[in-house]
Design a protein around this ligand. Structure first.
Ligand code: NAP
Ligand code: MG
Length: 493
């Protein structure tokens, strides 16, 4: 039996509670191991270790810190296939996507290693003679990372790598569903030779370990990715404690298809966005906003292509759609489909749990398409987080943009059109943190900011240079070499 332990102060260790819960492979329903259920005292131990380690780490020159990140990148590269297989086994996404996710962590490690020689500040002229003025980034201290199961290594890499290269220590609580991938990632940090105590892994539930991290005065910032419900709770509590908090939450992403679009390309983008990772991506395509003149043609193509998608265990290279994460998710998705039916939406494909043909022990939902959906229906407003997409007809670009922006989230959007003027209009008016032109709603690259507007976040971004803002404080430094007291705003006026 695999046991997924904690990693605190450079050692793999049991949780203080001695408790574990099973980890289930969603493709087969089989138990693949058990994960530690830690408590507050484990968090406190991790904080002590992290604080000690960070005291030294902050003094290590950033290019030298980056040296460790290059090693992490190399090790991830060597182990890409093995980690991808672990990832598919515990969270279900198909193996090609799992490889892509590990690649994202590799890319992020190289990119953030490069930040070891950047982390630019400003030097500006002083308003006074013989005085020098500049700004520098300094680490915040101990970073608490709380991550979801749907991208078990990519999201952890988006957070831990910038935290480390800027001089912070890390305490990471992965989702209960995906500790195996988390352990693989931490083993790589261990092998890269990072000083002990710098990266700590504390497994356990959100209500126990997650809340203890938010509360702990020794954790200086929380970077969270997950549901709105939990993010809001964290924000309220951390706000009261004046703790820096970066939140990346849900989405209700749409693809707009205008009447001049390349429909086959649009179908490729929609299927990949809606049914990739079985719709369990924060950037999943959950709505298709289509010009009414081409609605029928688009529907026919989508239905035909959806029927050809093979469901099954993601380790099988011929499978297109893997399972969803667990039985509770399967039920929630089915409830939304029922709601859609009751709201009067028309089912074009799927709409049921899949079983038989080897699928009976896993958690499989048939790729599902609704049409004649109106913008205010629950299935058009709420995040379903499963392989369900809703087609909403409109008459113009203006209406499409309005429908896109009518949800509480603002993560990602895509538009298919050959008209450059309308593409630029959409780029300007779509209220999302990410916009794709002639592509679906997924496919972010690691050197641009990732995150969203409105209910998706709280103004911070993962990934890209913007990530550095989460893990650093600005320090303004003035050096007066005049040998006398010079009063700004007074002695020069
Ligand atoms: P979740 O239930 O919010 O869990 C996310 C993490 O928070 C888990 O590690 C969870 O621990 C922990 N947690 C739960 N309750 C907590 C609490 N009271 N205090 C502190 N931490 C707590 O989300 P999920 O079901 O894992 O993931 C799906 C959601 O993530 C979707 O809404 C999706 O849109 C969103 N997501 C967003 C992005 C983005 O970047 N915008 C990316 C991926 C996913 P346990 O579950 O182990 O108890
Ligand atoms: Mg959860």
């Amino acid at each position: 039996m695999n046991q997924y332990l904690n990693f605190i102060d450079g050692k793999w260790c049991e949780p203080s509670t001695g408790r574990y819960v099973p980890v289930i492979n969603p493709a087969t329903g089989e138990q693949m191991g058990e994960v530690a259920q830690s408590a507050k005292t484990d968090v406190s131990r991790a904080v002590e270790a992290a604080k000690q380690a960070q005291k030294q780490w902050r003094l290590v020159p950033a290019p030298e810190r980056a040296g460790y990140l290059y090693k992490v990148a190399e090790l991830l590269k060597q182990r890409k296939e093995q980690i991808a297989r672990v990832l598919t086994s515990e969270m279900g996404k198909v193996i090609s996507e799992a490889r892509g996710e590990v690649q994202e962590a590799i890319d992020m490690a190289y990119y953030m290693a490069g930040e070891g020689r950047r982390q630019f500040g400003d030097t500006v002229p002083s308003e006074l003679r013989n005085k020098f003025a500049m700004s520098v980034r300094v680490p915040v201290g101990v970073a608490g990372l709380i991550t979801p199961w749907n991208f078990p290594i990519a999201i952890a890499s988006w957070k831990s790598l910038p935290a480390l290269v800027t001089g912070n220590a890390v305490i990471w609580k992965p989702a209960t569903e995906t500790p195996a991938t988390a352990c693989e990632f931490v083993k790589i940090y261990e092998e890269a030779g990072l000083p002990k105590g710098l990266v700590n892994l504390v497994n356990g539930s959100g209500s126990e370990v997650g809340e203890a991290m938010v509360e702990h005065p020794g954790i200086d910032l929380i970077s969270f990715t997950g549901s709105n419900e939990v993010g809001r709770k964290i924000n309220e509590r951390a706000g009261g404690l004046l703790k820096r908090t970066s939140l990346e939450m849900g989405g209700k992403n749409a693809v707009i298809v205008l009447e001049d679009a390349d429909l086959n390309l649009a179908v490729d983008g929609i299927l990949w966005g809606a049914f990739g990772t079985s719709g369990q991506r924060c950037t999943a395509t959950s709505r298709v906003i289509v010009h009414q003149d081409i609605k029928k043609e688009l529907e026919d193509k989508l239905v035909k292509r959806t029927a050809a998608l093979k469901s099954g265990n993601g380790l099988d290279e011929t499978v297109a759609v893997g399972p969803v994460i667990h039985a509770a998710a399967l039920r929630r998705i089915d409830e939304y489909v029922e709601i859609g039916r009751k709201e009067g939406a028309k089912l074009l494909a799927g709409g049921h749990v899949q079983s038989g043909g080897g699928l009976e022990n896993g958690f499989y939902y048939a790729p599902t398409i609704f049409t004649d959906v109106t913008p205010q229906m629950a299935i058009a407003q709420e995040e379903i987080f499963g392989p369900v997409v809703s087609i909403i007809p409109v008459r113009s670009l203006e209406e499409a943009v309005e429908v896109n922006n009518s949800v509480e989230f603002g993560l990602s959007s895509g538009i298919f059109t050959k008209d450059v003027n309308r593409a630029f209009e959409a780029m300007r008016d779509l209220d999302t943190g990410i916009v794709y032109v002639n592509a679906g709603t997924t496919g972010a690259e690691i050197h641009l900011p990732f995150g969203g507007t409105k209910g998706t976040g709280n103004g911070h971004r993962d990934s890209g240079p913007a990530a550095l803002d989460v893990y650093t404080e600005w320090k303004a430094v003035y050096v007066d070499f005049s040998g006398k007291l010079q009063r700004a705003q007074i002695d020069n006026n």
